[in-house]
Design a protein around this ligand. Structure first.
Ligand code: ZN
Ligand code: ZN
Length: 263
């Protein structure tokens, strides 16, 4: 077991019994849903050719982003237990893209295991994939497979050159910023650390999930450039997929350290 697997395992081991069975339940629901999508995809000639066409129209970069967004959805199964009051970024996949992501992953899996199978023309791919699915159903429901999938996120960051400890500077998710609460200051004397000026009593200010307060007109331009709190570096979700994988992976690493310290 490599270091990435150990981190995910350690993070999972910090869940309580209820959260753990919740995790397994949501993984198995998602597995059945995606299995159903894949089966109907290979059994419908129209849907298959539309999805394949969509996939072929994407650049390599767009395909990479597609898989990254798919992997983010895997990581959030786990990180949702670790950040409860954080609004979600808008990284979820539309059905068309989910179909494409599942097909792309299935093609990669077949290519790895039976390289000759896809050497035939793409017209025959549907029947190749149909046979493959019957012989070896994609096993993504078990915890072991989940951990494999989640570790791919980190491998993905390494491959994209973002694997180091250096954080990418990314904007906070627009949907998350729009949803930030406004609070009225009940007492004066507090300083906005961005402009270094006092926030006057009775004024509406922005409250980040870490409870730090800022003038709206100061924090909005800040969050357009960075997704971190200017006081404590707390990270808000981002719409940048690599930045978001990095943030979610960071949550898992922090959690896994808590486990290795014995809480
Ligand atoms: Zn200010
Ligand atoms: Zn803060």
């Amino acid at each position: 077991m490599d270091e990435k697997h150990q981190k995910i395992m350690a993070a999972i081991s910090t869940l309580n019994t209820h959260q753990f069975s919740d995790l397994k339940h949501s993984l198995s629901l998602e597995f059945r849903h995606q299995q159903h999508l894949l089966y109907s995809l290979v059994h419908s000639p129209t849907r298959f050719s539309l999805t394949l066409h969509h996939l072929q129209s994407l650049s390599l970069h767009q395909k990479t982003l597609l898989i990254a967004r798919y992997l983010i959805s895997k990581l959030t199964h786990l990180t949702r237990f670790m950040e409860t009051n954080i609004p979600k970024a808008s990284t979820s996949l539309r059905l068309k893209d989910l179909d494409a992501a599942l097909l792309l992953m299935l093609l990669c899996q077949v290519h790895q295991q039976e390289p000759q199978a896809l050497e035939r023309s793409s017209v025959q791919w549907r029947s190749v994939l149909k046979d493959y699915l019957v012989r070896s159903s994609l096993k993504l429901d078990g915890l072991g497979e989940y951990i494999d999938m989640a570790t791919r996120c980190r491998t993905f960051l390494d491959a994209a050159g973002c694997g180091g400890e250096m954080e990418r500077e990314v904007a906070a998710s627009v949907a998350v910023v729009v949803g930030l609460p406004s609070v009225e200051l009940s007492g004066g004397g507090m300083e906005c650390v961005i402009c270094r000026e006092e926030m006057k009593e009775g004024r509406e200010v922005c409250k980040l999930p870490c409870d730090h307060l800022f003038h709206w007109m100061c924090v909005l331009p800040w969050l357009k450039k960075k997704n971190t709190c200017p006081c404590c570096r707390f990270q808000l979700p981002s719409d940048d997929v690599l930045g978001e994988i990095q943030r979610l992976w960071g949550i898992i690493v922090t959690k896994s350290r808590m486990d290795s310290c014995g809480w």
